[in-house]
Design a binder for this molecule. Structure first.
Ligand SMILES: [Fe+2]
Ligand SMILES: [Fe+2]
Length: 167
């Protein structure tokens, strides 16, 4: 039986050369690994891992909100597919929190951790990388929120995430 991956190593391949997003992604990976360690610990219990999970959920909420703020500032429609994927992930994370608190059953959290470890590199490589590309294209400065008005002038709101294969 193949071992299910529940940790993720930060590598240069995950870097998108955008400081705010890279910093947030490194923190996200560290929290995933902290949760993985907690779930593997001999003394693992819902009481022990729920605080880690809640920090991961709070961080992920802020992580996605930051990216969606960048999207809003650079001409994306509110219901673009990148934001929809974020919303789906957060919905599942919240469902798992409720399930764990209610039943003390850690199986869904273990499954979700594996899913997130598998999901994150491709999300970063496609959707987040496309966002960074677009931010660079329109001259967006996250520190000031300024953008090249000329680059956005007359452009329709973007509803795709801009990654290959996305309509
Ligand atoms: Fe991200
Ligand atoms: Fe994202």
């Amino acid at each position: 039986m193949n071992a299910i991956a529940n940790t993720l190593s930060w590598t240069d391949e995950l870097s998108l050369n955008q400081p705010q997003i890279d910093q947030t992604h490194q923190e996200f990976v560290a929290l995933l690994n902290e949760l993985g360690d907690g779930l593997q610990a001999a003394a693992c219990s819902p009481l022990a891992v729920l605080p880690i999970y809640q920090r991961l959920l709070t961080h992920t909420d802020a992580h996605f909100a930051m990216e969606e703020g960048f999207m809003a500032a650079t001409g994306f429609a509110a219901d673009n597919c990148h934001s929809k994927q974020h919303a789906m992930v957060l919905d599942v994370m919240r469902e798992v929190l409720v399930h764990t608190v209610t039943t003390q059953d850690l199986a869904p959290m273990r499954n979700l951790l594996s899913e997130l470890v598998n999901w994150f590199p491709s999300h970063a490589e496609m959707m987040d990388a496309s966002l960074v590309f677009h931010m660079n294209q329109v001259g967006f400065d996250p520190a000031t929120g300024s953008v090249s008005e000329a680059a956005l002038a007359g452009a329709a709101p973007i509803s795709s995430c801009g990654s290959a294969g996305c309509g």
